[in-house]
Each structure stands twice: as C-alpha cells, then as structure tokens.
Design a protein around this ligand. Structure first.
Ligand code: ADP
Ligand code: MG
Length: 700
C-alpha cells in the first residue's frame, strides 16, 4: 500500500462506515488507514503454550490447559446459583465456574471428554478456579489453525458499549492487512541490514498477528526503533539547524574579573565536575553560536558558583548578565550570596523583584542602560519590556521548570543577538529522558557534591510517633540547630483530612512555647514583604523553627538548618521530597530528614518513602519517579511530544532509544537535509511524518 492510500479516511475501510468511523475518531483518534495500522495491541493472549495444573502459579494469569471434566454441580448463592465443574489433568484439578448460561453449558458439556480450556485464573482458599473459560473439544481445536498470539487492543467503555469489541478491531485490522499485503519501506537499507530488522511489511503483519513470539519481538523492535529514529532525527536536526543559524556573541577571552575572582575570592576549590562544566560552557561561549545549555546538578552540588563564574566571563568581555529565579525569596538569597562574592572584585550587582520600589527601579533601569550595572538578579520581573540592558550577553535561569517557553523567548529579545542562555535545574531528569526532551539544549551535569558533605539521614515515622519526633526537634534545637517543618496545604480542605499548615502551626506553638522557642512561618498566601521578613529572621538565626509550605522548596540556603520535618509526606511526589530534603545538609553538621505519614499508605506511597530513606542520589530518585509516574508527570515534560509514543516506551525501551539516537546522529552529521540518494527514503518519510507539525509540537 502506498503512502497515499494510507491517508484514506477510515470510513472507507470495509466494515467501518460513518457510525463506527465517528467512534474510532473520537474515542481512539483513528482518522485514516494509517492510524489504524499504527493502533498497536497493548498485549497478547498467549495460546502458544499449554499448562499443567500442577504448574499454575499466578492468580489472574491467562492460561490454556488440556484436561477433562469429571463432574458438574450447581451451588446456590445468595441470589441465584452458580455452576461448578471439576476439571482435571494428570497433575491436579481446578474448578470451572459459570454464573450465567447454565442451561447451554449443562446441555453441551461432556463428562470425561478431552477439552482445551482457556481463561483467567482465580486463586481462593488454596485452590485455583477459572470463571467463564473458553472451552473447546480437543479434537476440534486440533483441526483449527489457531493464531497462537492474539492481539488485545486498547479500548474504551463507550466502544464496548457500542459493540466495537476487541474482535471487531482486530477484524478491521486483519482486513486492512489483507487488502494491502505490502507496505513501503521507511528505513534505509544500511540500517535494516546492520540491525537485521524485519521489513515494514513483516513488522506490521507480525505486530498485529504474530506468527510466533520470536517474530513478535522482532516486529516490536523494528517499530520501536523506527519511532525513536524519526523523533531523534527531528530533535537533532533542530539542534543542528539551530547551531548553524543562531549566531551568538563570541566571548573572546577569559579576563581579569574571572581570574581575580578565581585566584583570590573563590572560597573553596572547585569540584572536578564544576571545572568540567565550566570548560564546556567556556567552549560554547567562545564559539560564534548562541549557547543554550541545561545545567543539571543535584541540590547542593554548587550550581550557583558555576553561574557566577559564567557571568564573570560575560562581564570580562564587555557584556552584562542576568540571573532569573522563580521566587522572590530565592532571588533575594542569590542576590545576597553573590553580592558578597562580587563586591571584592568590583562587579556591580542589583536585585529586581515585584516588590522593588518605583524610585529604586528608576535608578536601576538607568544603570542597566548606561552599563554601570553588571549583573541583574531577579524574579520574572526582569523580563518585563521596560527592563532594557545596554548589552546583555548572558541570561542564567535557575530552576527552569518553573518558567515557560514564552518567558525564555522574551529573554532572547533583550539584545540585538540573543544572549547566551544557561538553564539550571536541580530536578534531575534521567539522562536518557533529558536527551530526548531537550534535543534543543546541550546538557551539562554536575554529578559530584563538594567534599566534606555528610549524607543526610532520612527516616520515615508515622503520625502516632509525633511526640518522639518533637523530642528529637528539641534536642537538635538545644544543640543550636534550626528546623524546617513543611506542610503540603495552606488551608483546611474539606476533602482531605490532612494536617494543614495553620493547624500544625498552632500545635507547634503549643509544643514549642515562647520565649524559649521562636517560630517563623512562610506560605504562599503571605505578602512578599512578610515572607521576606520571616525568612530573614530564620536566616539570621532569630527563629529556630521555620513552619512552611513548599514555597521553601527551591534553592533556599540556611546552612545551620539541619533538620527537615515533612508532614503528610505521602502527599508529595518523589522529586518534591528530594528537593525539600535538599534544604538541609548544607552545613558541617549531620543533617536529618523525617518523613511523617499516616498509617495507611498506597503501594506507591510506600515505594516513595522507601526510596527516600534508601538514597540521597537525585538521579536514582528520578529514575524511580519515572517508573512510578511515567514520564508524562515528570516536571517539564508535559508538553513534550516525545511522550506521544505509539509503541515505544521511554523507560523500558531505553536501549533501543540509544541505538536509534546513534543512527540518527550519523545521518544528521553526514547529511542534515537528507539530500543524499541513500537518504531519499528518510526524506520522504520525514516529510510525511512532520508535515503538519512544527517542532513545537515535539519540544516544550
Ligand atoms: P545548588 O546546586 O543546589 O544551587 P549551591 O550553589 O547553592 O547548590 O551550593 C550549595 C553550597 O555549597 C553553597 O553554600 C556553596 O557555597 C557551596 N559550594 C559550592 N561549590 C563548592 C565547592 N566546590 N566546595 C565547597 N563548597 C561548595
Ligand atoms: Mg541553587
């Protein structure tokens, strides 16, 4: 079937018609022949194997058994009755159960005749049973050429109600495959032979109606590979085009500011990871293309200093730099920390947030435009149109998942050429995912913590142990430490019986009375100046306890705070828990994190608590998170089209992804526009695939 025929509207397929076509479109997004071919089974019923009763293990497995019925009886139930047949082979027996259709079964079943049965197992009170089995006489079954692996397609409630059963779908697809027989190849010859891939035709036939488990595996491999290959081609191509087209400022030199800072101000030795990342950045900035780099590093890995030194490179070359943070608290902290480091070398730094006074703003705007201000730190207030730089050369964005594409784009327009962009995140995105998600960004990773850090000890406690936790808090405070207590909610919500912040605050106040204890509180509904005031008291050590919602999640740095209590921890996702925990463990003291939950935990909830207590490694945690929630729920991945995969799975098929990416690399490096004869097929397929989609459908 050629690519044109594949575009035929689905109502023209035999057996479909307007009514069914409507359902296929609205329920499954199947509009054309092509969509139906790419509507893949999500599992297969395996009739290739016969089980012996003695080998049965899993309840709810689907199994096929040969045996005979030895007796049938009816068993009364509260309402009605059920029919139970004893079914045995030479290794044991199980019960077959029917709740309806008794008459037909009683009339047709033969005692002691050999049958093949197939169905889902139940396990109860030490024995297996099979409700409503498919049942067929062995002799008859033998005469049929059985399809061993039967496809099971995704369905919806509406479809089943309207009679579009699995059988209907598979018949439609069978018809389509019969009608067309062969399909145009969509992968180049060398790839096909290198990887010994099935042809497109064989793959499509076998993915829907496998001739054997082996061929099914090969079919799936080929189709997954193809899916990844074209998405990777698109991502890499965009990256390549981007590098060619978008010119950036060239920072020729590493100058005095940088060198003086490095020699006489930098208070510690950089880690090897920090050095490596700085080199990567230096290389970008020295080329004549705009840098778009994602800097990943676990909480506390020291991204800020890398950001500062990058900004110094800009200033050394006569440019200005800005640093954008997602919250006012964080921006203020960055400002205070960086100002201290910049003052000794005469680099001018200012802060701009929503609460900057009008008259201060005016001065600030002037200094930005006459170039006497080198670094501007702020919230998204700094991307407003009124903020104009004399010569912005670099924009650093902290915690990028809080900012959208539009905001990034606004930064780009702050100078005649777009400034270099360094995006920092402590939300570790598993490497493999990062490379598929951010094909347009280069990725640097700080995978090493500064020396001397003590690993944070994490424990999980139930509500009922709260008093002991309070005692522990008091002990830590007596040692001079400070404590965070974090709550998930700001107000009582009728639907949840979770501890809410205010309630918690009241009980904390009772437990930790003034004047011995001083408590700060910060939450999202407070005015920025009140938040800043409370935060400041905590930073200065005037309060020992900080009661807060997740607003403190990102970036805040109070080295003396060594204890993090997270209330209703089951309500937080893994990456959020990890972020919160990262607020402690920043000083020299042993730090702790206590996760408090109710007694009843979902199995995911349990896994999350176990993961948190088992490891401090953000990447490991991100991998678990990815497995628990799927990539669609990871921060920053929502709008990304790479998740709209038809057959491949980013997590499970990681190896295939890597292979596909490396082949895609070869193609793009040799021939980014697919002009070569041997890439003709790629060219055609690529165009057909991405015809009505822009890259923005694929990348957030
Ligand atoms: P994050 O990557 O979470 O933003 P920060 O940049 O806030 O981490 O760094 C955390 C702390 O570690 C800061 O107090 C910082 O001064 C310190 N730090 C950073 N790099 C080093 C290093 N190489 N050696 C020692 N301390 C470091
Ligand atoms: Mg940080």
């Amino acid at each position: 079937m050629d690519s044109k025929t594949l575009q035929t509207p689905i109502e023209y397929l035999k057996g479909v018609g307007p009514g069914r076509a409507d359902l296929l479109k609205t329920e499954l997004g199947i509009h054309r022949f092509q969509d139906l071919l790419q509507f893949f089974p999500f599992r297969y019923i395996d009739k290739s194997r016969f089980y012996k009763i003695a080998e049965l293990q899993d309840s709810s497995a689907e199994v096929q058994i040969i045996g005979k019925i030895t007796n049938v009886r009816t068993v009364p139930m509260k309402r009605g009755k059920r029919l139970v047949a004893e079914f045995e082979d030479d290794t044991g027996s199980i019960e077959l159960v029917w709740f309806r259709g008794h008459k037909w079964i009683l009339e047709n079943l033969k005692i002691d005749a050999p049958y093949v049965i197939f169905g889902k197992l139940n396990y109860f009170n030490g024995s297996f049973s099979m409700p409503h089995p498919e049942i067929e006489e062995l002799e008859k079954a033998k005469t049929k050429a059985q399809i061993k692996l039967q496809p099971v397609y995704p369905s919806t409630e509406k479809m089943s109600k309207r009679g579009i059963s699995n059988r209907v779908i598979s018949t439609l697809i069978f018809g389509l495959l019969e009608q067309s027989k062969t399909f145009q190849e969509t992968l180049p010859n060398n790839v096909m032979s290198d990887l010994k891939l099935l042809s497109k035709t064989e793959a499509l036939h076998n993915v829907h109606f496998p001739q054997s488990a082996e061929l099914l595996g090969k079919a799936q491999f080929r189709l997954k590979f193809e899916e990844f290959f074209y998405i990777q081609l698109q991502l890499l191509r965009k990256n390549a085009v981007h590098k060619i087209k978008i010119k950036g400022f060239t920072f020729q030199q590493v100058g005095d500011y940088f060198n003086t800072f490095y020699k006489s101000v930098l208070p510690f030795e950089l880690t090897n990871a920090q050095k490596r990342v700085l080199k990567e950045i230096r290389k970008d900035l020295g080329s004549n293309a705009q840098m778009n780099r994602l800097l990943q590093g676990d909480v506390g890995s020291g991204k800020t200093i890398v950001a500062l030194m990058t900004m110094l490179m800009a200033i050394d070359n006569g440019y200005q730099a800005c640093l954008m943070a997602p919250t006012e608290i964080l921006a203020t902290q960055h400002y205070e920390g960086l100002k201290e480091l910049c003052d000794p070398i005469g680099v001018e730094v200012e802060l701009l947030t929503g609460s900057t006074k009008k008259k201060d703003r005016k001065v600030l705007h002037e200094r930005l435009q006459n170039g006497t201000l080198h670094i501007l730190i702020g919230t998204h207030a700094l991307i407003e149109d009124t903020v104009q730089f004399k010569n912005l050369g670099l924009a650093v964005i902290d915690e990028q998942h809080r900012f959208g594409v539009a905001q990034r784009a606004k930064l780009w327009k702050k100078n005649s050429l777009p400034p270099h962009v360094l995006v920092m995140t402590a939300t570790p995105i598993p490497r493999t995912l990062a490379m598929s998600l951010y094909g347009d960004l280069d990725v640097s990773i700080i995978d090493e913590l500064p020396p001397g850090r003590k690993a944070i000890k994490t424990v999980h406690r139930y509500d009922s142990n709260r008093l002991k936790v309070f005692k522990f808090i008091k002990d830590e405070i007596d040692k001079g430490r400070q404590v965070y207590i974090v709550y998930p909610l700001i107000e009582e919500s009728a639907n949840f019986d979770y501890k809410d912040l205010m309630d918690g605050y009241a009980s904390i106040e009772r437990e930790f009375p003034k004047p011995k204890y001083q408590i700060s509180i910060v939450h999202g509904k407070m005015k920025p100046e009140d938040k800043a005031y409370e935060m400041e008291r905590f930073v200065q050590g005037k309060t020992q306890i900080m009661v807060a919602t997740t607003v403190i999640e990102v970036g805040v740095n109070v080295p003396n705070a060594s204890l993090m209590i997270i209330e209703s921890a089951e309500r937080f996702g893994l990456s959020q828990l990890h972020q919160l925990r990262g607020r402690v463990g920043r000083g020299a003291e042993q730090s702790y994190c206590v996760l408090i939950t109710g007694k009843k935990l979902s199995s995911d909830g349990k896994t999350r608590m176990e993961t948190m207590t088992a490891t401090n490694d953000g990447f490991e945690i991100a991998e678990v998170d990815l497995k628990l929630r799927g990539p669609g729920n990871l921060m920053g991945t929502q709008q990304s089209g790479v998740l709209d995969l038809k057959i491949a799975d980013l997590v499970k098929d990681n190896q295939i992804l890597k292979t596909a990416r490396s082949y895609a690399h070869h193609v793009i490096n040799a021939d980014p526009n697919f002009q070569l004869v041997e890439h003709k097929m790629i060219n055609l397929t690529y165009r057909a695939l991405f015809k009505d989609k822009t890259i923005w459908n694929y990348i957030s």
